[in-house]
Design a protein around this ligand. Structure first.
Ligand code: M6R
Length: 634
C-alpha cells in the first residue's frame, strides 16, 4: 500500500525515481509525486523541487518531463489514499512550512490527530488532510531546536532529528526524508512497513519493494523493524530503535527481470493466468521429484521436528489467500486428518479463540506484507510466549511468494510458493501456487501420520504430476471460450457463484475476482445454502455459476443448480463435459479429475471469465479502482 522510492548518488534522481515508481505502481495509483534536491555544484544551490500529480503515475511523468526536477538526491511516492481524498494537495511528498524539507511515507500514523493539534497550537498551517504531513513539520521543528542549540547543519543533524520524531510516531510506517540544507543526505526509517536499501555503485536506492530495484542492483539490505538509516554518497549508517549502530551483510536478489515486461499480452493479469502451467511445472519439479522414499514422498524444506506432535492447525489470511487457505484446510482435515480452522487475519487479531495446545499457526500471504496477517501472527506468537507452557509454544509457518518479505523475517518456517513476481493486482498465479503449497503440506502430513494409505497418497501425487500439461490445454481453451461468454455477461449487475466442499472456496474466489476487476456485484455461496436466502435474488438477469465436479457432493450440487434454473436464472456450469451437464445453459468444461485436485482446474475458468468481462467493459484490469497489491495498512 503506497510505494516509496528514494535515491542518492551521482546520477539524476528523477528518472531513477520514476522508473522505480513505475514498478511499484501496483501498490497504489491514486496520485504520485517526487522531490529532488539539487546539489551544491549546481547553480541553484541546495534547493528542493517538488512535483506532484493526481491520478496515475503517467501524469507525474508528464509533469516532470515538461517542468524538470534536477538533483541527484530524491524521494518518490505512489499513493493509495488512506487519510484525505485522492487530490494533488494530498499527494506525497509533504513538506514543512518553509518548503525546504520533504517526506514520503507508507503506512498510517495513528496518533496524527494529536500531533496535528499540537502543531497547530504552535501556529503550523497544514496544506493537506493526510496523516503524513505531521512528519515534515515535526522534523522541521526538531531541526530548528537543534540549530538553536548551536549544532552544525550536517547529515548527522538530520538523522538525529528524524530519530527523535519517529520515536513520537505511533502506527506502522516506512518513510524517506530529504532536506535542502543537506543535499548529501537521505534519511529513511521503517516500523511494521517494508523498506529495503539497494546498494548500487556509489549510489543507493531505497524502496518499499524489490521490483523498484530492477535494473538498478541485485544487492539489497532489508531494513529491520524500528531501524533508521542515513545514506550518503559515502555509505550507509544503520541504527536500531535504541540508536545502536547496526552492521549487517547485504543479501542477493534473484529473478527481477521478468517483472518488467507484459510480453505480448494485453495485461499482466492475462500473462499471469497463462503462466500457471509453468508455475505448476516448477512446483512439481521442486516438491514432487521422482525417486523420493515412500515414507516421505514430498520434498519440503522442514526438519522432522516441524511435523511432530501437531494436533491442530489454524490458518490466518486475507482475501484470495484466505480462499487458498480454505481449500488447504479442507485438504488438511479431510485428507490428512488434522483439525484445521481458517480465520480472517483481521478478525483473529482482536478476537482470537482460546489458546489450544500443539497448534501450528500458518500465515498465508502472497506479498508477505499484509499488515493484518503479520499482526495476527505476531499477536499469536506473543500470547503463546506469555503463557509459557511447553505444550502451547508457538509453532508457525508462513506461506508466501516473497521469500525476502516481512513475513520471512518474522516467522521461523517459510514455504516459498515460488510463483515469480505477480504484477496484476488481482491474484491468479499466486493463488494456484498457494493451493499447490497446501497439497505439498497435506501430502507430507498424511504420509508421516499414515492418515492415508500408500495407494491414496501415490494416486494423488500421480494426478498432481499431470497438472502442468493439463493446465496448458485448459488455459488456452478457456481463454477462447470466455471471450464469447463474457460478451453475454458484460452488462450483468449481479452474479452468484455456487460450490460445495473443496470447491466452495473456489466459488468465493470466482466472486472476488469478478468484483475486483469488473466491478460487478458477485457473491459466492456453498451451494446448499442458496435456498436459505440468496435464492430470493434469482431471476432471468442473474447468472448462476455452479461448480459441479464429480465427488461426494456432485449430485447435491446438480440439485442445487436445478433449483436455480427453476427460478429462471441463467445457469453456467463448471463441470466435466457429458456428466449430466445438459442442465446448464452454458458449460465451462474442466477435465474429469479426482475431487481432491478439482479446485486447481475449476479456478481457471473463473479467472478467465472475470478477465474477459472486465476487458469487454474496458476497465483497468491490472490496476482496478481503489485496490492495491499489498495491503500494508490495517
Ligand atoms: O498479499 P496477500 O496475499 O496477503 O493479500 C491478501 C489480499 O489483500 C489479496 O489476496 C487481495 O484479496 C487480492 N486483491 C486478491 O486478488
Amino acid at each position: 500500500m503506497c510505494g516509496i522510492v528514494a535515491v542518492i548518488g551521482s546520477r539524476d534522481a528523477a528518472p531513477l525515481l520514476l522508473k522505480g515508481l513505475k514498478q511499484l505502481e501496483y501498490r497504489g495509483y491514486d496520485s504520485a509525486g517526487l522531490a529532488t534536491v539539487t546539489t551544491r555544484d549546481i547553480p541553484s544551490t541546495g534547493s528542493l523541487i517538488c512535483k506532484r500529480a493526481n491520478g496515475k503515475l503517467a501524469n507525474l511523468v508528464e509533469k516532470v518531463h515538461s517542468e524538470g526536477a534536477p538533483g541527484q538526491l530524491g524521494i518518490g511516492h505512489t499513493r493509495w489514499a488512506t487519510h484525505g481524498k485522492p487530490e494533488e494537495r494530498n499527494a506525497h511528498p509533504h513538506r514543512d512550512s518553509s518548503g525546504s524539507l520533504a517526506v514520503v511515507q507508507n503506512g498510517i500514523i495513528e496518533n496524527h490527530s494529536a500531533l496535528r493539534k499540537a502543531l497547530q497550537l504552535e501556529g503550523v498551517k497544514f496544506a493537506s488532510d493526510t496523516d503524513t504531513e505531521v512528519i515534515p513539520h515535526l522534523i522541521s521543528r526538531e531541526l530548528n531546536l537543534l540549530k538553536s542549540q548551536g549544532r552544525i547543519v550536517n547529515a548527522t543533524l538530520l538523522l538525529e532529528a528524524v530519530r527523535k520524531v519517529v520515536s513520537q510516531l505511533q502506527g506502522a510506517y516506512a518513510l524517506a526524508v530529504v532536506w535542502q540544507e543537506t543535499p548529501e543526505a537521505l534519511v529513511v526509517a521503517r516500523k511494521q512497513a517494508p523498506l529495503l536499501i539497494g546498494l548500487g555503485e556509489g549510489e543507493f536506492l531505497c524502496a518499499s519493494d524489490t521490483p523498484a530495484l530492477a535494473g538498478f542492483t541485485r544487492t539489497i539490505l532489508p531494513m529491520e523493524d524500528g531501524e533508521v538509516a542515513l545514506l550518503t554518497p559515502l555509505g550507509i549508517e544503520l541504527y536500531d530503535s535504541q540508536g545502536h549502530r547496526q552492521q549487517r551483510s547485504p543479501s542477493f536478489l534473484h529473478g527481477l527481470e521478468d517483472v518488467v515486461s507484459k510480453r505480448n499480452f494485453r495485461h499482466f493479469m492475462l500473462k499471469e493466468i497463462y503462466e500457471q502451467p509453468e508455475t505448476a511445472r516448477l512446483w512439481v519439479d521442486r516438491h514432487l521429484p521422482l525417486g523420493l522414499p515412500e515414507a516421505v514422498p514430498v520434498a519440503l524444506p522442514f526438519e522432522n521436528s516441524f511435523y511432530e506432535g501437531i494436533e491442530r492447525i489454524q490458518i490466518l489470511a486475507c482475501g484470495t489467500s484466505r480462499h487458498a487457505a480454505m481449500v488447504g484446510a479442507y485438504l488438511l482435515e479431510q485428507f490428512a486428518g488434522i483439525p484445521t480452522t481458517v480465520f480472517y487475519a483481521s478478525e483473529f487479531r482482536y478476537a482470537p479463540p482460546p489458546l489450544a495446545p500443539n497448534t501450528l499457526t500458518i500465515g498465508v500471504t502472497q506479498s508477505g506484507e499484509t499488515a493484518d496477517t503479520l499482526a495476527a501472527l505476531a499477536m499469536e506468537k506473543e500470547r503463546r510466549e506469555v503463557y509459557k507452557h511447553p505444550d502451547f509454544l508457538s509453532r508457525e509457518l508462513g506461506i508466501t511468494n516473497r521469500a525476502e518479505s516481512s513475513i520471512a523475517r518474522q516467522v521461523s518456517n517459510i514455504l516459498d510458493i515460488g510463483a515469480g513476481l505477480e504484477v496484476g493486482v488481482a491474484a491468479t498465479k499466486t493463488f494456484l501456487a498457494q493451493l499447490l503449497s497446501f497439497y505439498s503440506l497435506t501430502l507430507s502430513f498424511a504420509s508421516r501420520r499414515k492418515s492415508r494409505s500408500l495407494e491414496e497418497i501415490t494416486s494423488l501425487i500421480n494426478e498432481l504430476r499431470l497438472l502442468p500439461k493439463q493446465l496448458l490445454v485448459l488455459v488456452k481453451q478457456h481463454d477462447a471460450l470466455a471471450v464469447t461468454l463474457a460478451q453475454r455477461f458484460s452488462d450483468t449487475q449481479n452474479v452468484i457463484f455456487l460450490g460445495r466442499g473443496i470447491n466452495y472456496p473456489i466459488a468465493l474466489e470466482g466472486a472476488l475476482k469478478l468484483k475486483e476487476i469488473s466491478y460487478i456485484h458477485a457473491e459466492g455461496y456453498p451451494a446448499g445454502e442458496m435456498k436459505h436466502g440468496p435464492i430470493a435474488l434469482l431471476e432471468r438477469r442473474v447468472p448462476v455459476i455452479s461448480i459441479a465436479t464429480p465427488g461426494v457432493v456432485f449430485e447435491k450440487v446438480l440439485s442445487n443448480a436445478q433449483e436455480a434454473k427453476a427460478r429462471d436464472a441463467q445457469l453456467i456450469g463448471v463441470a466435466p463435459e457429458g456428466l449430466a451437464t445438459e442442465i446448464f445453459d452454458a458449460l465451462m468444461p474442466i477435465p474429469e479429475v479426482s475431487e481432491w485436485i478439482s479446485p486447481l482446474f475449476s479456478v481457471i475458468p473463473m479467472q478467465l471469465l472475470s478477465y474477459h468481462i472486465a476487458a469487454n467493459r474496458g476497465l483497468d484490469i491490472d490496476q482496478p479502482r481503489n485496490l492495491a497489491k499489498s495491503v500494508t495498512v490495517e
